[in-house]
Design a protein around this ligand. Structure first.
Ligand SMILES: [Zn+2]
Length: 279
């Protein structure tokens, strides 16, 4: 496993100002912006071929940029049809393989939809799928963090307790905490210093200090209603209390990666980094 010695900030995907827009130029641009990380966005497709990974890896290494990945949106580890369930497993496994070949640190994904099923049954089905994913990666000797992400919508599987519980079950599985999702999922709660601390303390108590030394976060502005997440916003256009949140990160002396998914992506990534550093 790659170990990081500080909290690193980066963009979800290629920065907007990158021209022409491709992964290699994106990594170079992230460095020029004085950011430290970039999330490979495989959300619509796994758009890096195996042949190209060496080039991506060398560019990231040369620029000292940490790479994470967001696996495709078309994943449901609670799919009713076996074929779709296996296809979801394959998408996560392939995302992990490509990210590993790129020298990446961590792979996150949205695990499942409840589809009106009993949450306990959904949990077991997701758990079974993750077991198969890890077996497959082990066969290929791939060591990378696999991260189910906290859900933004109440129709999605993945409240904080479910994500932590999954992480307790397997080595190499840790939560991807999307702070804005947790805030939206709970219709405006999780926006105070005490609540932010509560999340990190829960992680530390259940998963140990190792989980705080290896975080993978998402943080951006968000619009929501009683059903949870509606859409992402820029931080300053939202009610999300990022200023208090970064103070708590600092207090807990976290290490790992913070990825920003705001529409203005590099601007808010820098805002988070600068707010964090001046505290
Ligand atoms: Zn996500």
């Amino acid at each position: 496993m790659i170990q990081l010695n500080k909290l690193n900030f980066g963009t979800s995907g290629i920065p907007l100002i990158t021209n022409p827009r491709d992964t290699i130029n994106g990594i170079n641009q992230v460095r020029k912006l004085s950011l430290d990380a970039m999330e490979l966005e495989f959300v619509h497709s796994i758009n890096i071929s195996e042949e190209k990974t060496q080039w991506v890896r060398e560019t990231a290494k040369k620029n000292n940029i940490i790479l994470t990945c967001h696996a495709p949106y078309y994943i449901n580890l609670n799919a009713q049809e076996k074929q779709k369930w296996y296809a979801s497993i394959q998408r996560i496994t392939k995302s992990a393989k490509i990210t590993h070949l790129c020298g990446g640190y961590s792979v996150c994904f949205h695990p499942a939809y409840y589809m009106k099923d009993n949450p306990k049954d959904v949990y077991n089905k997701v758990k079974e799928a993750i077991k198969l994913i890890l077996q497959e990666l082990k066969k290929d000797e791939i060591e990378i963090f696999i991260r189910p992400e906290t859900a933004g919508k109440i129709s999605q599987f993945g409240n904080i307790n479910e994500i932590i519980k999954l992480s307790e079950e397997f080595e190499n599985v840790l939560p991807c905490i999307d702070w804005s999702h947790i805030h939206a999922y709970n219709n405006g709660k999780y926006n105070t210093k005490e609540e932010f601390k509560e999340v990190l303390s829960l992680i530390e108590n259940k998963l140990g200090r190792n989980a705080l030394d290896n975080v993978h976060f998402h943080c951006q502005g968000i619009n929501y209603n009683e059903k949870g997440e509606r859409n992402h916003l820029n931080l300053k256009e939202s009610d999300f209390n990022y200023k208090e949140l970064v103070k708590v990160w600092k207090e807990f002396k976290l290490k790992g990666v913070v990825i920003c998914e705001s529409p203005n992506v590099e601007k808010d990534s820098l805002l988070l980094k600068e707010t964090y550093e001046k505290n």
